[in-house]
Design a binder for this molecule. Sequence first.
Ligand SMILES: *Cc1c(COP(=O)(O)O)cnc(C)c1O
Length: 360
Amino acid sequence: MNRIYNFSAGPAILPVDVLKEAANEMLDYQGSGMSVMEMSHRSKIYENIIDEAEKDLRDLLHIPDNYHVLFLQGGATLQFSMVPMNLLKNGKADYINTGVWTKKAIEEARKYGDIHVVTSSEDKMFSYIPDLSNLPIREDADYVYMCDNNTIYGTKIKTLPNTKGKVLVSDASSCFLSEPMDVSKYGVIFAGAQKNVGPAGTVIVIIRDDLVRKDIDPKTPIMLRYDIHVENKSMYNTPPTYGIYLCGKVFKWLKKIGGIDAIHQINVQKANLLYDYIDQSKMFFGTVDKNSRSLMNVCFKTGSAELDDLFVKEAKANGYDNLKGHRSTGGMRASIYNAMPIDGVKALVEFMNAFEKKHG
Ligand SMILES: *Cc1c(COP(=O)(O)O)cnc(C)c1O
């Protein structure tokens, strides 16, 4: 077996302990004689799995009782549709545009309502987070939408927007469980699992009770109604059973290492190692505003597309994979999610240093 250092932005690295446990339980989950993949989602044994996953997630994020936790399908992208379909009442919502993922959400929401972009960092290739303290939020906006961490550009919202009393909705896919999050400040948080939590296909939705409405367009497909999923505890139909099981294992892993505060500290250390190296390097430079830097997705370049390509190629040959930046940005991106050990980042920095000496 040869595990490499995988810096993929998603689907991404998972904790080795979690994968080992899942492997051990593959053929016979806790004496059931079957794999979790093979069991009824209505069985007692599976009910325990999903209930524990929810409970552990609630513990980790201190989710208040007036919030529901849903495990749904369709990835984070389906939430771009479900949010406007379920939350628009006045038909208006205000969006903060910080990158590809918000652009997609805006485009989708425009099918359902009057969507205003209240601020955008598109003028500088989404390389910074705009000032969110005094946005022109409309009086009758149903919600304000943002993306906590921009996976592609490597920016992070550090101070939540002043929504002027409106409901805050966030796509937290790529920073979910990487640092503390005050759930009570949000109306809806959603996160695709494949960044920091589990396998692709599962999306976690945390929604405040009063936002789960019945009075929405009756033509809304039943699978896209939050109220139906809440009433059925994510089991209106067959949920992504195996994905939820793995998410549950990742939650337990996080609890074991000390919870969100502990992983946050480690994440800060990891990100600092990499950013500090980049900042003193004569070859590499960071591509985003220092105050907006993500702890999860570290974007950098050399200034030469050929050298970037060579770096990615040599890195891969040396066991550091998936460092190529998103096709829309070029350059490099090291995604250092929760499961990336600090040794992986140290090794990457050493490799970058050696590369710089060799080609500088
Ligand atoms: C990856 C990602 C998405 C898309 O997730 P899918 O599960 O592929 O739909 C959306 N938003 C953010 C912030 C992401 O990082």
